[in-house]
Design a protein around this ligand. Structure first.
Ligand code: COI
Length: 356
């Protein structure tokens, strides 16, 4: 057992940590919750700033039935991952970006937010406290789930009087049951994920509840997930339930431009930069369904899905397949470049990786 005194980061708690890996079947990890040792919580009142948080044993939280988050959906979440390197050190990928995105989302949802520095320190402390749950190199990652919610009571519609920032973690493997094999998507033509002026561009919890019906129907028909169209013209791509989408045609890689209805993914942004450094031309623009159906390759990006190749798209009853079988070359190339960086296997010329 080791001891982690987190007070240097303003956390003010001394906890016992065991560094040696837990005895888990790392090869059968999927994307489901595995309970770990500690979670981080920090509270503040409306109109004030977050100041001091603490690590507490992982477990259920007590919340008023009239909490803002339960009644009116006043909540945001984030997602990022920690990887274990062969030398035992731990790497985070661009955690400041998640902290910044949470601040922007909090502004839209009328919530106070931790500063980026507080966010990153809390993430680091939570990862270190749960170090023994980080999968060995090549066996997955520790998924980090920060939440920000209106935890105070309200009855009439209004911002909650009190807020809770909480981080929990879970070791994870692949998000889709297909693993790294191509996924099959269906284009949704009736239901929409977001509308102009709404909250599609922030990581609010309601955006994810809104896609469950279409996603469940697609899964029942054997599809991996749903690709949404814009709600105005119903012909431009938006995103998949849990990730952003890219289409490849020759040397040009296109992805829907960020315009308020699309989540500004950190993996999306990173893949754009990686693709540019690898000699591709990248276009952030309005991408039509026709371009999707005419593409050489299609892939999705997200923290959870990483880079997931798409094997087929079904639109209005017709299916289009990409490549003969297996992962497209461009998707494979970008997946490898990104994951090697995240796992510390290539030099980080971008300055994206944070070593703990
Ligand atoms: C992530 O990729 O981290 C997300 O937040 C998406 C979630 C649905 C798993």
């Amino acid at each position: 057992f080791g001891s982690l005194n987190a007070s240097a980061s303003g956390i003010g708690t001394t906890i016992s940590t065991e560094k040696e890996s837990v005895d888990l079947d790392w090869d059968s990890l999927g994307f489901g919750l595995v309970h770990t040792d500690y979670m981080y919580t920090m509270k503040c009142s409306r109109g004030e700033s977050f100041c001091e948080g603490e690590l507490v044993p992982f477990g259920n939280i007590e919340i008023s039935p009239s909490a803002g988050v339960l009644n009116y959906g006043q909540g945001l979440f984030e997602g990022l991952k920690a990887y274990r390197k062969a030398d035992g050190n731990i790497l985070l990928f661009r955690p400041q970006e998640n902290g910044t995105r949470m601040m922007m989302g909090a502004e839209r949802m009328c919530m106070p937010s931790p500063s980026v520095a507080q966010f990153v320190e809390a993430v680091k402390a939570t990862v270190l406290a749960n170090e023994r749950w980080i999968p060995p190199p090549g066996k997955g990652s520790l998924y980090i789930r920060p939440l920000l919610m209106g935890s105070g009571s309200v009855l009439g519609l209004a911002p909650a009087p009190e807020y809770t920032f909480l981080i929990y973690v879970s070791p994870v493997g692949n998000y889709f049951k297909e693993g790294l094999s191509p996924i099959n998507l269906i284009v949704e033509t009736e239901m929409h994920r977001a509308t102009p002026g709404g909250t599609g561009g922030v990581k609010t919890i309601g955006n994810y509840a809104a896609v469950l019906k279409a996603q469940s129907a697609a899964k029942a028909k054997g599809y991996s997930d749903v690709l949404y169209l814009d709600s105005v013209h119903k012909k431009y791509l938006e995103e998949v339930s849990s990730c952003n989408v890219f289409v490849v045609k020759g040397n040009i890689i296109s992805t829907p431009a960020i315009k308020g209805t699309i989540l500004p993914g950190i993996t999306r942004k990173s893949i754009i930069d990686v693709a540019l450094t690898q000699g591709f031309q990248v276009e952030e623009k309005a991408v039509t369904v026709d371009e999707l159906l005419d593409a050489d390759e299609v892939f999705c990006t997200g923290t959870a899905v990483v880079v997931s190749p798409v094997g087929s798209i079904t639109y209005l009853g017709k299916s289009v397949s990409y490549g003969s079988s297996g992962v497209g070359l461009v998707s494979q190339q970008l997946y490898t470049a990104l994951t090697q960086l995240q796992m510390g296997l290539t030099e980080d010329k971008m300055g994206w990786v944070v070593e703990l």
